[in-house]
Ligand binder design. Structure first.
Ligand code: TRP
Length: 344
């Protein structure tokens, strides 16, 4: 258990779309390929975070299992001994630590979180819950319980990582420097995973917005459950522009740029290289055909492998990790409980 820890969250609720696959699932697989051996990889499902966005409660449990199966179908190696896959709500220490950390986090800090401000803005008419306001504290607990220095996340999570650092530094200052491992600074986090992350796949119909399931945009969003043919049709119908020639310019030609990014990620080449090959060509249809054919290959492969995922093996891995993590997290929680005066 002495290897340094990389900790990252696996999306829990909601059906996966192509943007999730290229922006979250693929990077996760690359992490495993690059770092297993030297690092311990905590890939956990932040299931308690599911309620901060609208969720179908009756389907949540099965959706989480389904999403995990999709990771396996995409190539996540369950047999890897350095990889731990666990559900947050199955390790009670996450919730317990969050309650303690709440008392070392300030109202002002949480009100400044951009994600809270934005989501709060959108849902103002209905209601903003305490859960949404407080979720960065739970996230800090997710990280600090395991002594994780490395937490690869997208730019939208930067403030949350910084908050986790601030909370760790604050507790260490109060109770002694060896209480918590302070996660690395943002610039170091970026250097650790290397640049190239942070690509956002756009809607095929409204390339100014990111691909999303929550906005009503079925033709702009390819679900991983779409049939290969239906997905190919969506690519062929993608919104482009009237420039008439292909250039990789996300400002002026976001639709074309989006297609080039999708193509590059699917064939595993740098986008600059792919863009170079297509640059100046006038056949938008040819580009779409090339993308559509790669998307078809991806989906038919995924569907086949999804059917073949061994669910018994998956559940065994989950439960074994959860069993172990209760111990790892429980030990850290105990130290913190001692520090704050709850344990002798
Ligand atoms: N908040 C993250 C997201 O929306 C998910 C998450 C929760 C997470 N806890 C975490 C990511 C801890 C990394 C570490 O993407």
């Amino acid at each position: 258990m002495s290897k340094p820890v990389i900790l990252t969250g696996l999306r829990a609720n909601g059906e996966f779309h192509l943007g999730n696959y290229l922006g979250a699932i693929l990077p996760m697989l690359q992490l495993q390929q690059r770092f297993a051996g030297e690092y311990r990889l905590n890939m956990f499902v932040p299931d308690l975070h599911s309620f901060t966005t609208p969720v179908e409660h009756a389907k949540l449990y099965l959706q989480i299992v389904q999403n995990l199966k999709m990771y396996v179908a995409a190539g996540l190696d369950l047999a890897n001994d350095d990889t731990y896959i666990y559900r947050q709500s199955f390790v009670a220490a996450h919730s317990e630590l969050a309650v303690i950390l709440n008392n070392f986090t300030y109202y002002g800090e949480l009100s400044r979180m951009t994600q809270f401000k934005e989501k709060g803005e959108q849902t103002k008419e209905t209601s903003v819950t305490a859960g949404l306001f407080d979720y960065p504290v739970l996230m800090a607990a997710d990280i600090l319980l395991y002594g994780a220095e490395w937490v690869p996340v997208g730019e939208d999570q930067r403030q949350h990582i910084e908050l986790a650092r601030d909370i760790a530094l604050r507790l260490n200052h109060r109770f002694g420097d060896d209480l918590l491992v302070v996660p690395a600074e943002w610039s170091q986090q970026l250097a650790f995973v290397g640049s190239g992350g942070g690509i956002r796949i756009r809607s095929l119909r409204n390339p100014d917005q990111k691909m999303s399931k929550s906005i009503d945009d079925p033709a702009g969003t390819i679900l991983l459950s779409d049939s290969p043919e239906a997905a190919a049709k969506k690519i062929m119908g993608a919104t482009t522009d009237s420039v008439g020639a292909i250039h990789y310019d996300m400002e002026k030609q976001p639709g074309i740029g989006n297609l080039l990014q999708i193509l590059a990620l699917l064939i595993g080449e740098p986008v600059a290289e792919v863009a170079g090959k297509w640059s100046g060509k006038t056949g938008y249809g040819d580009l779409k055909t090339a993308v559509a054919s790669e998307v078809k290959v991806l989906l038919s492969g995924l569907h086949k492998r999804l059917d073949a995922v061994n669910e018994v093996e998956l559940m065994r891995k989950l439960e074994a990790s959860e069993y172990l993590m209760r111990d790892v997290a429980g030990q850290r929680l105990y130290k913190i409980q001692q520090a704050v005066g709850l344990r002798p």
